[in-house]
Design a protein. Structure first.
Length: 330
């Protein structure tokens, strides 16, 4: 097979030079593509809602799936205008901070085998005011690695951090600000954690929505995330006049066999007809010794009144799209 000679051109392009550059780029990045070790890294999944109130404390609260936020005056989902071109970005409205705060963080799982590995954390960030953005990687053995980057006002910038781990893997990553005034905004369009010493985030297409949803639902499921007014997620059998059990099938096996269950809204009912008011559900919890969420199902114990023992009922959100069931294995 004939080899290309140095200086070979096609259509005015130096093919040998471009090929050598491409090979060098591949060697630098360790391959054509580097997998993102984060979940919901382009903020496409928002099962809990799309806006969140002020949280002016260090108590982390989940917002976009898998991301916890704190020290802020509000978090919301907005259209993404960053170079990454995914659909959504996360916007944080700041409270006044003297040193550092307004952070989003994601805790990682099963990455203890990365000891000695070189990792790069990168993000597309835009701030309403010139400030410092801090990228933080926390190894399992303590000693957070912090890199500070200056960003200009109103510009999308790619900020990066590269570290080499010691004798342990990685626990969590975080992005926060330095000192900043109240009521400024920080937008983050995409975040990547990858093996290697270079960021390849600029080369990545938007994440596959179905793949990211399945990854997130291993940790958290909002049963009525589509906000359906008459959602009917399960059927139940009455064990007594006040208790029924319903087997709820999950969209993905969860990481824990016994997750927590939170009933959202006050209009869940057990009903046997399409037109009747139904019997209000006053409590919902995981049935003791009956959960198998890590294999794709969970048994709910429902408290009501006026049930007929042995009868079947539909669990229904009665004309209320705000009703939901939150199942968490975070």
């Amino acid at each position: 097979m004939a080899q290309l000679k140095p200086g070979t051109t096609i259509g005015g392009r130096n093919i040998v030079q471009e090929l050598d550059s491409h090979k060098a780029d591949i060697a630098t990045h360790g391959g054509i593509y580097h997998k993102n070790l984060l979940h919901n890294w382009d903020f496409s999944i928002w099962q809990r809602g799309t806006s969140f109130p002020s949280n002016e404390s260090g108590n982390e609260v989940f917002t976009a799936d898998r991301w916890k936020c704190s020290w802020h005056k509000g978090v919301e989902r907005i259209p993404n205008t960053s170079p990454h071109k995914s659909l959504y970005a996360i916007k944080i409205t700041t409270m006044k901070i003297a040193s550092d705060g307004h952070y989003i963080a994601q805790r990682l799982e099963n990455l203890s085998n990365l000891k000695g590995a070189t990792l790069t954390l990168s993000a597309y960030v835009k701030a309403s005011v010139a400030c410092v953005i801090r990228l933080i990687i926390q190894p399992l053995d303590g000693g957070a690695r912090v890199t500070s980057r200056n960003v200009n006002a109103g510009e999308w910038q790619l900020v990066t951090q590269t570290i080499t781990l010691g004798s342990s893997g990685i626990d969590w990553v975080r992005i926060d600000t330095g000192a900043i005034a109240a009521d400024e905004t920080i937008e983050i369009g995409a975040v990547k954690l990858e093996l290697g010493d270079k960021s390849t985030l600029a080369n990545d297409p938007p994440a596959d929505y179905g793949e990211q949803l399945a990854l997130c639902q291993r940790y958290f499921v909002a049963v009525n995330a589509l906000r359906i007014a008459y959602a009917t997620p399960a059927f139940a059998i009455a064990l007594s006049d006040t208790t029924a059990r319903a087997l709820l099938h999950l969209p993905a096996p969860m990481r824990l066999g016994n997750p927590t269950v939170t009933m959202k809204g006050s209009n869940w009912v057990l009903t046997q007809t399409t037109s009747g008011a139904g019997l209000p559900v006053t409590e919902m919890k995981v049935a003791s010794n009956e959960s198998a969420a890590n294999v794709g199902a969970i048994m709910l114990e429902l408290t009501s009144s006026g049930l007929t023992t042995g009868s079947a009922y539909r669990l229904e959100a009665k004309a209320d799209a705000t009703c939901d069931i939150w199942i968490s294995a975070e």
